[in-house]
Write a protein that binds this ligand. Structure first.
Ligand code: TYD
Ligand code: MG
Length: 451
């Protein structure tokens, strides 16, 4: 059979018979490369013996998960590693993917685990492992990039947990195309997935991130695997956050927080401690509580409002959605008569954290007001609430956990939406209910009385 040439978008896998500059599917430019179709013969004997079945008749096996004993990692996966699952871990180069996985592996008995690397030499890996554990632990490593060799070794070894660092470095002899091309990645990933399912081996594939910051380049890899994790962090901070983007065995809104130190990654068990500075009494600072999955997390919002030197004032946001910032500025102008037309506004969530929870809207608004008027927000107050388009303060979820966390961290006042359903106030934290931005402004900056 004659091989056919076609063009594939390296970002999303879209196929075209001729070369095109812009992908009609994912709209990325210059992403098409030439590939040659291969005739992959289906095994005729592998006809399925499965039949349609009623859900009630399906036996619900309880899954015995593996625990890495690195609690932040297990929790992000939904409570441990599911046998036979395939996990894709993406992240910027140098963020600590290999380090994290080496540490996870080290928790398993040596015979249960294999770390396969196509990126680093044995010497590099062992140097790093010794830096973390000295001679206290051991691990079996294998530096191979050929898929067939990898599968051969895996078949004889019978491991429970395997790392492939990275999927872009693996290639198969049976497929045309350079290592890292979309055809190679797709085929290698599906072969490894097939092996994982058949042998109940859990496999972690490390994936590179593209220039645009998309996980693992080809989107289609995300469809093949069971779990997609992203390891992220700000290069100016040592904190690293492990996020779930997809999880067939658990929720996708858990995060795990680590700190990169001299001896690898350390788990952060009480994140509220680290994201708060020492609560200095300075204009432009407001503290709020965001939910990250099931965990409340105290965050410090900083804002700076200054006279603009440009005809077009600057808006800059770090860790908070830019569109929401613009919306909040518009509401503040309209409802409180503030004027940002000739002022630059900068917002930052400290600690390199990125917060998507709208419950910190009110804290962002108050930090901006605080910087604008150069007045401080009382030190022991925490601000929770979503800001609506008409300036109303909307209620937020998990209010009780948020209040409890604030109480635990020694806050004395909580400013929260009037419609909050919480009854869980003890004597040490005083609630102040607000229904609009105007009311919040009044209560925080004018007439708050502490006693
Ligand atoms: P690495 O795990 O190689 O990142 P990735 O696999 O995501 O590319 O991480 C390497 C970085 O981590 C490197 O910049 C050095 C730093 N590091 C430490 O700061 N402390 C340590 O104990 C280790 C092992 C690495
Ligand atoms: Mg690496």
């Amino acid at each position: 059979m004659k091989n056919k040439i076609f063009y594939v978008c390296q970002n999303c896998g879209y196929r075209s018979a001729k070369w095109i500059g812009k992908c009609p599917s994912c709209e990325s430019w210059n992403s098409f490369t030439e590939e040659i179709s291969v005739d992959i013969k289906k095994n005729k004997n592998s006809l399925s013996i499965e039949k349609p079945q009623l859900i009630s008749q399906v036996k619900a096996d309880t899954i015995n998960r593996y625990f890495s004993k690195i609690q932040e990692f297990d929790r992000v996966l939904g409570g441990g590693i599911v046998p036979g699952s395939v996990i894709l871990l993406g992240g910027d180069p140098g963020i600590g993917k290999s380090t994290l996985l080496l540490q996870v592996c080290s928790q398993f008995p040596i015979e249960d685990c294999l770390f396969i690397s196509g990126e680093e030499s044995k010497q590099q890996i062992s140097m790093r492992f010794r830096r973390i554990y000295g001679d206290r632990k051991d691990l079996e490593i294998f530096t191979e990039t050929n898929l067939e060799e990898i599968l051969n070794v895996l078949k004889t070894k019978n491991c429970k947990f395997v790392i492939i660092d990275s999927i872009q470095s693996v290639h198969s002899d049976q497929i045309d195309g350079l290592p890292g091309s979309i055809l190679q990645i797709r085929e290698c990933a599906s072969k490894l997935t097939e092996f994982a399912k058949q042998s109940s081996t859990a496999i972690v594939l490390v994936g590179h991130i593209t220039k645009e910051g998309n996980l693992a380049g080809p989107k289609l890899l995300e469809h093949i695997v069971d779990v997609v994790l992203q390891f992220e962090g700000d290069k100016h901070y040592s904190y690293r956050i492990l996020r779930t983007l997809k999880n067939r065995f658990g929720s996708t809104n858990e995060i795990g927080i680590f700190e990169m130190g001299d001896r690898g990654l350390m788990e952060i068990k009480n994140p509220s401690d680290i994201f708060l500075n020492n609560l200095i009494n300075t204009p432009g600072v407001a503290i709020s509580c965001a939910m990250e999955g099931t965990r409340p997390l105290l965050v410090e919002v900083q804002a700076l409002v200054s006279n603009s030197g440009y005809s077009y004032p600057q808006r800059n946001s770090n860790g908070f959605d830019m569109k929401r910032l613009q919306l909040i500025l518009a509401v503040l102008e309209k409802k409180l008569g503030m004027n940002f037309g000739n002022r630059d506004v900068f917002v930052n969530i400290t600690g390199g954290l990125r917060v998507d929870d709208t419950a910190i809207d009110l804290a962002v608004s108050m930090a901006i007001i605080s910087s604008y008027f150069e007045t401080i927000i009382p030190q022991k107050a925490i601000v929770i609430g979503e800001v609506g388009l008409t300036g109303e303060i909307r209620s937020v979820s998990h209010i009780d956990s948020r209040i409890k966390e604030a109480d635990k961290m020694g806050f004395q006042i909580v400013i929260l939406p009037k419609l909050s359903s919480s009854k869980d106030f003890n004597k040490s934290i005083k609630p102040i209910f607000v229904e609009t931005l105007n009311k919040a402004f009044e209560k925080i900056f004018n007439s708050i009385k502490y006693n």
